[in-house]
Write a protein that binds this ligand. Sequence first.
Ligand code: NAD
Length: 289
Amino acid sequence: MSHGVNKLGVLGAGQMGGGIAQIAAAAGISVTVFDSFPGAIDKCKGVHKKSIGKFVEKGKMSQADADAALGRISFVDKVDNLTGCDWVVEAVVEDAKVKKDLFTRLAAMYPDPKVVLATNTSSISITEIATACGATAGRVVGMHFFNPVPLMQLVEVIPAVQTDAAVVERTIALATAMGKTPLKANDRAGFVSNRVLMPMINEAFYAWMEGVAEPEAIDGIMKLGCNFPMGPLRLADYIGLDTCVNIMNVLADGLNNDRYRACPLLKQLVTAGRLGDKVGRGVYTLPAK
Ligand code: NAD
């Protein structure tokens, strides 16, 4: 089945939205990215230049293709200006209310149910987000990319209870056209990836908080002992500690079990503004980019 996408809208110019825009543009699709936060668009443009530049340096992309891909990406700072899209992927902050408000607005902006509204949420119920689109909930689907989007192979495809079967097939076709491997999961909190990964990351914070070992040792043990490419605390910095807390909250509420509550130390770092790589400091202090 063809995905039928000529123009992709992306909500959020952060780590994930920026990456999704980049790979779509590299696959020949025109993209418009929306973000209203001051500085977010400029930062995203800088990340694109650098990331696509690395593909050129490594000989994985020609300079002409890189320039063409960058030329396919435009930006808007008002959601109402995100017009003419035949598919929208949402990648804003992991907050159910923010996402549902945006989906209600998108459903009104795009009354044609053929326009698919996908969410890159890490853990929030797709069924719940779909309810925000009322009668056209059948075009809402989970399209869960991984970080960094240009390098990670997987897209978890998550149908809501309401999602039309044809939308799932088109999502699989679009992910494949973007060079990814789509795998389906059902709509339970955290799906597969974060249901399994996040409790492990949370446990690593408990191990640190309880003095079992220092972060370098926790990460080193998991790398060398379990063959992980990156230790769980380093990975938390990479994901964003605020996003980790948000996902744990969704798991605890969605699976109705307090064993998924975020570790107090993880929450404390977020309160202190130590959000990880995106601000230069989380578990670790990172060299300035
Ligand atoms: P990010 O913080 O890098 O970017 C989020 C973007 O949302 C920012 O550009 C910000 O301007 C915008 N935003 C914040 N509050 C908003 C609001 N109230 N209304 C509209 N826009 C708002 O976060 P990210 O890592 O790109 O995550 C985005 C989404 O992708 C989240 O749902 C997250 O769970 C999911 N996700 C993240 C990862 C990861 O590893 N970081 C992986 C897969 C999925």
